[in-house]
Design a protein. Structure first.
Length: 172
């Protein structure tokens, strides 16, 4: 048989096979593209976790300190805290608060008096905890005659999964 004869006789069959092959290749390609990526091959992206606690009212008379504590598991944290201080008497009182986790801390102070009865304090600290630890917000009056109320005390700790995601530098 000559080449021309084979081509003429087999042309319809070859065309049908080519068409079927193209359709099969397209079906395989689309099923591969639609297949889910195995979990091990996917990039690991995890959302931060939030730990929070509050106490809406703590009376503070004299020099005694008042503390709220939030337990935190091992991790890397950005922590904020806030409270409002209400003056309950005629004395002028300085109230100092300290937010602490491990060796890292922040302090804030406010003066309340008869003319300025309420002040808010905000604090922030970052820390890497290699063991479960406590985050504390501690406040105290500066005079024995101080009579204040700490209201809406809150601690919020945002834990990120990777310590490399915490960047805390001194600014110029």
């Amino acid at each position: 048989m000559s080449r021309k004869t084979i081509s003429r006789k087999t042309l319809p069959a070859v065309a049908a096979l080519l068409a079927a092959g193209a359709l099969a290749s397209a079906a395989v390609a689309s099923s591969v593209a639609a297949a889910p990526v195995p979990a091990a091959a996917a990039a690991v992206v995890s959302a931060p976790e939030v730990f929070a606690g509050f106490n809406n009212s703590k009376s503070m008379v004299g020099l005694a300190a008042r503390t709220i504590t939030l337990a935190a598991p091992i991790g890397t944290y950005a922590i904020t805290a806030k409270t409002s201080v209400l003056n309950n008497n005629a004395s002028t009182v300085d109230v100092k608060c300290r937010l602490q986790m491990g060796a890292n801390f922040d302090e804030s102070q406010a003066t309340v008096s008869t003319s300025i009865r309420r002040q808010s304090l905000a604090l922030q600290v970052t820390n890497v905890a290699n063991t479960p630890t406590n985050i504390t917000l501690t406040c105290n009056n500066n005079i024995a005659g101080g009579n204040t109320t700490l209201t809406f005390m809150k601690i919020t700790a945002l834990r990120v999964q990777d310590p490399a995601h915490l960047h805390n530098v001194q600014l110029p």
